[in-house]
Structure formats: C-alpha cells, structure tokens
Design a binder for this molecule. Sequence first.
Ligand SMILES: [Zn+2]
Length: 424
Amino acid sequence: MKNQLTIKNAKLRNQEQLVNIVIDQGMIRQISTHPEVEANESIDAQGNLVTPPFVQSHVHLDSALTAGEPRENISGTLYEGIEIWAQRQKKITREDVISRALKIIKWHVGQGTLLIRSHVDICDPSLTAVKALLEVKEKVAPYVTLQLVAFPQEGIMDYPQALELMEEALKMGVDGVGGTPHLEFTREEGVASINRVFDLAEMHDCFVDIHCDETDDEQSRFLEHVALQAYRRGYGARTTAGHTTAMHSYNNAYADKVLNLAQRANLHFVANPLSNISLMGRFDNYPKRRGLTRVREILERGLNISLGHDNVMDPFYGLGMASMLQVANMCLHVCQMTGIDEMKRVFDMITLNGAKTLQLDDAYGIEEGKPANFMVLDACDEVDALRRMPAITTVISRGQVVASTEPVRTRVALESEEIIDYRK
Ligand SMILES: [Zn+2]
C-alpha cells in the first residue's frame, strides 16, 4: 500500500530492544522486531530515541514574534512588557497575526511539537486575534492540534464587556476560557472573576485554563478558589491552573493545605519555567526567589503538571525559539530536579503530561492502533535529549513526515581530524 512507512531500529522509552514501527493509513499498524509487512518506504532511526511528539501546554501565539515592536523592553520586566504589548496590540491586523502564528507553529513542528494550547487575548472589541487564530487553527488542523483559550489580558471585572467578548469568542469556535484573577483590582473581584469564568465554561461545556497567581505575592491565593470551584462543580479534570508562581512563596503549611484541595479537585497545572524565572523575583533584593511553582510537590501528589513556553520573542520575553526541550532543561535546573528519575519525569512533562492537560491522552502514545504521531531524536535516551537538546531528525504527523533536521556534527581538527557529536 502506498501510504506505508516503516521506522526501523527505534529506541522507545523504557524498552531495551529496538523495534520497527509500521505506519499505515496514518495509524500505527504494528510495533515489533520483525515487521511482517514490507513497507514502500523506511527511515532508519539507527537506535535513536523515538517518542510521541512534544506538547506545548501554554503559549501566546497572538503576541509571538513582536519583540522590539514598537520598542524594546528595557527593564525586561512583566510590567513594562504589559505596557508595550498594550501599544503593539492596537496595531494588530488579521494578516499580522496569521503570518506570525504560522511562522511560530512551523518552529514548533520543526522541533517535534504537534499539540499546542495557545491563549488569545480577547481584550479587543473587534476580536481580531481570535478570528485570525481560528483561521490558523483550521489551516494547520491536518498536522497540528491547536487549542485556543479566550484570555482576558486586562482582567474581566474592569475591562468593558470582557465576559461578552469571551462568550463571543467561544461561539466563534475558541475551545476554552481563561482568567487573570491576580490582575483584578481586589481579592473580592478576583474571586468573582473566577466564578464567572466557571459559569461561562459550564454554560458552553468547555475547559477552563486560568493564569493563576502569576506573582511573587504570597498573599495571592486564587489557586484555592480555582480548586474549590473545580471541586464543587466536579470540573477538575477540565481545569488547568497556569503559573501558580505565588505558591513558590507560600508558607509550607498553607501550600500543603491548598495542594490538598487541588488533589481533591484533581486539577491540572502548567508551569512556564522560561518566563517565570525571568519575570518573577523582580521586587527581591538578595536572596532572589526563583518564582516557579512547586513542581516536585505537585508531582509527588500524583497531580498532573506539564510545561509551557508561554512567550516566544514578545514584549514579555524576548528570547526563545519554541523548543520544548529548552523549556524542560530550564525546569529541571530551576526546580533542582536533577536526579535521574526526576529528569525522566521532566521529560514526561513535555510529552504525556501535556497530552493529559490538553485532554488528548487517549489518542497519544506509540501503540498499535493509535495515530502515527511521533518523532526521532538525535539522542540515545530522554536524559541525553534534555542534556544536549539535539536535533529532532524526523517528525511524523498522522503518518506523514512533516519535518526533518540534520543532526549537529562538529569537525574538530587538532592533532588529527575527528567528527564529534557531544555524546559521552
Ligand atoms: Zn501566559
């Protein structure tokens, strides 16, 4: 059959023996050491690691690639970023959003990310970015799953008709609703905003993904209310708390209490190590807090936590190239998760855990009968991948090769000439 492709000599995680993966009609037909069916085409993984695609659990495609527009962020702070973004956002057009988003999605695909959840700012009466990203979602649908969250960058309680705009975005086809309770004027308004987000989600039968307590303020305790609402409404499996950086600064007794509630609710968490380590701790002298949520403690409770890049070259974070390996590498350093098993768990956070956050884990994974979405890394295992952040040599989406990258090899000529690849 024409569509058939076999990946030979693949090293799967937690499995010593190399396997051959036979793809047919976009699905994984067989995984074995001796495929019975000869394929028309084959790719030799040469014993390298083959895993399901990376998952981008939290990104802002509508602001991506706007760094320096209309001016650079001189202080590098979140607050200057918000100021610059407000100016840039006024100049947003449909074409502008579509071309930047498509470019960034190609960067994701090239580096093995095929599942993306993006927030899209609804604080714009014309909803230009929402309409543009819905077009992008449709355009990339054959090879990338893109989920969109209606995100109120300027809050819900004070921005004119924020709830109506969120509702309109949902009716247009946005997948979930977000919030920014810590940006509301008072504790009471933050709590009220969370209630409204859940009301809206229930009414439209969609998921909730809230930017929650993205601050160093240890008094910012909106996670407890998000968890309570999720618990009382039986909505935990469809609720994600993003950032929760204030939890870094909670006293241990309170952190324990709020995590107990999160456990009852069965919440999902998303941490954003690149932006969190850059933007948090800015009011501190020394010692400076790292400002990342309690990743290890969340994992130890059996709760799901995955990772996001958050911003890619925008006024909030001017760096990055949409590499989930870079995000994971930063996570394991900042969280001191450098134990061998901990590093493997960090790799889970950009793969299976991300699929759980996006509620797409049923069709995710390298198993017979599942869609053929996976990649070949220029690495011997997941720890090697996190260390060297190597090329993703082949990316396969629904059975088709959608990206390939030559592995980095360096010619060193000292006493004699040699090609090195930085492997041990
Ligand atoms: Zn964000």
